[in-house]
Design a protein around this ligand. Structure first.
Ligand code: ADP
Ligand code: MG
Length: 278
């Protein structure tokens, strides 16, 4: 069943150029959808539509059948939708981790006795329970982003919106975050995830590629990455394995040895097979 539905959505910030132009998108309940696209292609605007930070000029956005343009519906949508932005510092509000995570449920009017349990559970889910009393300023960027995810989870969301949450993180922080997102998806949360990391896209159920406010490509990761030339034309860097295989083929290595795959383990397998069959 569709939990997020954009129906022919258009939106402009300045009245001149469409940030979104006739976008239609359906996200099934429990899916992990990754959104790719070059800078300015409309990714952030797309996810902001889902929790009503952006209300379309034309078309409709339905979340669980509720319309973001209806103020009563919007309140209910926000109760069920957590959002995490690029920079964790943009959403840190308190000087103690637990207070920060409590901010969302407090805002929703959850009675005080229930909040401590929500905060505790959320911090445990991101592996930050030991830091409940810490000062966010003393944590690493990756830890702060995990706290930001906990803040979204404390609202017990059905939907998690992630807008390039890993872009300020080092590789270890990114790997942690990817594991957390995979765990939340496995637990049934619907994830709409803007990223510039191809590894994130490979882990998704479905990939949507934006270009100039429209959806240029959409499909399972392997379907999308099979169209490498088009992805490059849309300003995206292909996954490492795929770039390496392409370089090797340009040097005359056969397709069997250097298959056009985005997945490193497939490339590794092909190269090892050739060694062992000599
Ligand atoms: P992305 O997240 O893919 O980089 P955005 O959704 O942020 O893209 O932006 C889409 C388009 O809307 C871009 O042309 C951008 O310049 C414009 N835009 C985004 N935010 C604003 C804003 N607050 N005011 C005016 N224009 C904006
Ligand atoms: Mg953006």
């Amino acid at each position: 069943m569709a939990v997020i539905e954009l129906r022919d959505v258009s939106f402009t910030y300045d009245g001149e150029r469409d940030a979104l132009s006739h976008v239609s998108l359906t996200v099934e309940r429990g899916a992990h959808v990754v959104v790719l696209g070059r800078n300015g292609s409309g990714k952030s605007t797309l996810v902001r539509c889902v929790n009503g930070l952006v209300v379309p000029d034309e078309g409709r956005v339905l979340v669980d059948g509720r319309d973001t343009a209806d103020p009563d519906d919007l309140l209910e949508i926000r109760r069920h939708t957590g959002m995490v932005f690029q920079n964790p510092d943009d959403q840190m509000v308190a000087s103690v981790v637990a207070d920060d995570v409590a901010f969302g449920p407090e805002n929703l009017g959850v009675p005080q006795p229930g909040i401590a349990a929500l905060v505790d559970e959320a911090l445990r889910r991101v592996g930050m329970a030991a830091f409940a009393q810490a000062d966010p300023a003393e944590l690493s960027g990756g830890q702060r982003q995990r706290v930001a995810v906990a803040g979204a989870l404390a609202m017990r969301p059905d939907i998690l919106l992630l807008d390039e949450p890993a872009s300020m993180l080092d590789p270890a922080g990114r790997a942690d975050l990817a594991r957390i997102v995979a765990g939340l998806h496995a637990a049934g949360i619907t994830v709409l995830h803007v990223t510039h990391l191809m590894e994130d896209a490979l882990a998704a159920d479905r990939v949507v590629v934006m270009d100039r406010g429209t959806i240029a490509m959409e499909g399972a990761p392997d379907q999308v990455f099979a169209r490498g030339d088009e992805l490059e034309a849309l300003g995206l860097e292909l996954p490492f394995a795929q770039r390496l295989a392409r370089r090797l083929r340009a040097l005359g290595v056969s397709e069997a040895l250097a298959p056009d795959t985005p997945r490193l383990r497939d490339l590794e397998e092909a190269l090892c097979q050739s060694r062992s069959s000599r």
